[in-house]
Design a protein around this ligand. Structure first.
Ligand code: CA
Length: 232
């Protein structure tokens, strides 16, 4: 079927290759495979997939190098696969432009959920690029007027809270690291002040979330950053 999303799996461990191939094919995805960074980059360029699942530990190069190379010419979604506990590896991969990560060992359900989120995010981006209105739950955002309504009542957001919200909403489903948020919201010079993000995120949740202590939209990725979900 030509409409099946194509997923390029760049992975060198046979058991994991098999798990990914079988699981994704059974869910109706078309699977292409590479076992090295070099071949993966060539495959991504010659037959561009809808999504890449990328192991960070490859025999010929670090997976982060693959992300950097692909990001020179493409914004195709990339989910990285890393070993548990390597928080810093995830952050480096996300900062290089990965969209999400899976920690080994992962469940089939977790894998498919991440794939769906990233592909749905892509669909939203493609259809909504010219939209000036964004809405989720009881929140309506008018991008042209920079106005935010909650259940029809106008919210008073500071310019920084607004920028933080828009940055996350426009990257719906994608993990944004502290460094990425600092760069987008505060500018390129503010890259080491992680507590800024935490303080403004608390303020934003107080205003947007129905229960700020149990957020449904602006979620914490512990040790890494934040992620927005419209429907959670
Ligand atoms: Ca590996």
């Amino acid at each position: 079927m030509p409409d099946q999303p194509r997923i390029l799996v760049i992975e060198d461990e046979p058991p994991l290759q098999k798990l990914l191939r079988v699981t994704l094919a059974a869910s109706g995805y078309q699977v292409i495979e590479s076992a090295t960074a070099g071949d993966g980059i060539i495959q991504a360029a010659t037959t561009p997939p809808d999504l890449i699942i990328l192991d960070l530990g490859l025999p010929d190069a670090d997976g982060v190098e693959v992300i950097r190379r692909i990001r020179e010419w493409s914004s195709m979604p990339i989910i990285v696969v890393t070993a548990r506990g390597k928080e810093q590896d995830k952050i480096v991969a996300l900062d290089a432009g990965a969209d999400d990560y899976l920690t080994k060992p992962f469940s089939v359900g977790e894998l498919l959920a991440r794939v769906r989120v990233v592909l749905r995010h892509l669909a939203t981006l493609q259809t909504d690029s010219a939209a000036t209105q964004i809405s989720f739950a009881n929140i309506q955002i008018d991008l042209a007027k920079r106005e935010v309504l909650k259940s029809g009542n106008r919210l008073q957001l500071t310019p920084t809270e607004y920028r933080l919200m828009i940055t996350l909403v426009k990257n719906s489903g994608k993990v944004m690291t502290h460094a990425q948020l600092l760069k987008e919201v505060w500018g390129p010079d503010a890259t080491h002040e992680n507590h800024y993000v935490r303080v403004f995120m608390n303020q934003l949740r107080q205003k947007i979330e129905d229960d700020p202590s149990d957020p449904k939209h602006f979620l914490t990725e512990t040790g890494i950053g934040y992620r927005f979900f419209a429907d959670n």
